[in-house]
Design a binder for this molecule. Sequence first.
Ligand SMILES: *Cc1c(COP(=O)(O)O)cnc(C)c1O
Length: 365
Amino acid sequence: MSRVWNFSAGPAVLPEAVLRQAADEMLDWHGSGMGVMEMSHRGKEFTAIAAQAEADLRELLVVPANYHILFMQGGAIAENAIIPMNLLGDKRVADYVVTGSWSQKSQKEARKYAEVNIAASSEASGFTAVPAMAEWTLSADPAYVFTCTNETIGGVEYPFEPDLAQIGRGDLPVVADMSSHILSRAIDVSKYGLIFGGAQKNIGPAGLTIVIVRDDLLGRAMPHCPTAFDFKTVADNGSMYNTPPTYSIYIAGLVFQWLKRQGGVAAIEAQNIAKAKLLYDFLDASDFYENRVDRACRSRMNVPFFLRDEALNEAFLAESKAAGLVQLKGHKSVGGMRASIYNALPLAGVEALVDFMRDFAARRG
Ligand SMILES: *Cc1c(COP(=O)(O)O)cnc(C)c1O
């Protein structure tokens, strides 16, 4: 067996130790005589798996007691509708900060349910930066302020936490799409009203959506919000109102255990800083490649880069693949290349990428 270095933006690489454990437990989980996929979601085995996963996530992110952790489905894109349906309440307006493709898509979907105010946008500069909070024009009475704290496609990450208390609006709930950098760095959950993310970037398999929501935001759903997507119903039923994505929750739980063995979020953040520094320093020192994102807002997880001679793109992709480095093609809306270097992609993978890029530049430059 030989595994490649996988730079996919998502679904993405998982820790090898997790895949091996899942393989070992595939036919018989802990002497139950069943694999996890075959278990009733209400049986004692799976109930224990889900409770442990939730407790580990709570510990890793230091989630305060007044926040619920929900295991949902539909991915981040479904949350773009589920969130306004749940949080608008008796208000009309929701504020959106647009920093790239994902927050753009979010505000478009929200228009089906809410009057959307674009509080700030970096579109004019090609989505290469995050507008400072001092430049946000919040409306008078929004239900919430929506952010995407890591734009997976543009490779733009917030260099600050959107703590609205700093601009005198600490009463407003901040919503954050953290799909592609959740658990990659320490955050202060108490600064947010709601955090969400699809699991398939930095947590586990597709099919699971994580929602972390503050108590007081439950119970406001629109009458026509599907019952299975009403946060209060999901919370009241311990994420088992409908059958949850059981196998995805199990793998996510193994990833949480793996993260704890690595030393938790602080330790993985230190590794992520080192990985990102290696790649960005190499790009900045090169006259063959470039990254075009504002330095302060460069994502540690998703690193888009360009060959200055784009005629070499196809050769770069073919040769990198032959060298065991896969999924480096950039998103079609940005072009060029993108290396996603999530928690589960070790430093050795980034070293292999940089070695290949240096060699390619030497041969083709
Ligand atoms: C991948 C991604 C999405 C879309 O997730 P789905 O699971 O396809 O719905 C939304 N937002 C961000 C930031 C993402 O990285």
